[in-house]
Design a protein around this ligand. Structure first.
Ligand SMILES: NC(=O)c1ccc[n+]([C@@H]2O[C@H](COP(=O)([O-])OP(=O)(O)OC[C@H]3O[C@@H](n4cnc5c(N)ncnc54)[C@H](O)[C@@H]3O)[C@@H](O)[C@H]2O)c1
Length: 258
């Protein structure tokens, strides 16, 4: 008998929808299908329109502006959600940014400021996004972030984002250890390449996609939906024994050496 994951009555906050191709939106669609109620943050005024359009089929969802590098913004998100809902069950962090000049070229020439920007936006922000959600999760909950194999192996062009993903994955383990006693689980999905706004700024993204398709055991690229499905599992009680894990959704590419 098929067992469906039911998230009715569950609520969560999604950081990182920019448009319909955002991984955060693919995850959201799956969570909504499973019955969850969601609130969304958007980076700035410029993205409000595209995000409103993306979520337009939903019935008056909560949309809150938030630059995740601003702790006051993150706190204000949770204050507003606390007022409206009282508690939440999960949070999705699907946020990354690096200066275009720091993607591609020689890694060793990455500037100090570019390093700070990439690490602060793509790695540090997981800490306030998770820790400030904790008071809204008195009975436990789940957090999920998005990473990439470049945390472990070198992908030409990905440069400083590889460093940021390595830091992010380490945070996943440390946050999982810290909040485990409160029954708050913290995990990451390491996704294969997907065409999104952020991916477009990575030089060599097409080569990356081709290599994954040609060399992965499944001999194809992954889909947005496959990430959404795994996210649904990781944010539900079906994964109650999993925390601090980096789960690959990569068609198996990560196991192949040659
Ligand atoms: N697309 C891929 O191939 C791929 C593969 C593995 C992992 N990822 C990761 O998935 C996550 C989502 O990226 P995506 O590919 O869906 O692209 P995307 O551009 O749709 O999403 C990135 C999001 O980060 C947000 N963001 C950037 N700076 C921010 C800030 N200061 N505060 C708040 N939000 C901010 C953007 O507004 C955007 O919504 C990223 O962490 C990315 O590294 C992507």
């Amino acid at each position: 008998m098929a067992v469906a994951i039911d998230l009715s009555g569950k609520r969560g906050v999604i950081f990182g929808v920019a448009n319909q191709r955002s991984i955060a939106w693919a995850i959201s669609e799956r969570l909504i299908e499973a019955g969850a109620e969601l609130a969304f943050t958007y980076l700035n005024d410029r993205l409000r329109g595209p995000v409103e359009k993306t979520v337009s089929a939903l019935d008056d969802p909560l949309l809150i502006e938030c630059d995740a590098t601003d702790d006051g913004d993150v706190q204000s998100v949770y204050d507003q959600i606390g007022e409206k809902w009282g508690t939440i069950d999960f949070v999705v962090h699907s946020v990354a940014y690096a200066e275009r000049d720091d993607l591609g070229g020689d890694f060793s020439t990455t500037g100090r400021q570019g390093f700070r920007t990439a690490l602060e936006t793509s790695a540090y922000t997981l800490m306030p996004v998770v820790s400030r959600a904790v008071p809204l999760m008195p009975d436990g909950g789940a957090a999920l972030t998005m990473t990439f194999d470049a945390s472990q192996r070198v992908y030409p062009g990905y440069n400083i984002m590889g460093t940021a993903k390595a830091a992010l994955e380490n945070e996943v383990r440390q946050l999982a250890a810290e909040f485990g006693e409160r029954n708050i689980r913290v995990n990451a999905i390491s996704a294969g390449p997907l065409p999104t706004l952020a991916a477009r700024s990575i030089p060599g993204f097409r080569d990356m996609t081709r290599a994954h398709r040609d060399r992965s055991p499944l001999k194809r690229n992954i889909t947005h939906q496959e990430v959404g499905n795994t996210a649904l599992f990781l944010l539900s009680e079906m994964s109650s024994g999993i925390t601090g894990a980096i789960i690959p959704v990569d068609a198996g590419y990560g196991i192949i050496a040659l």
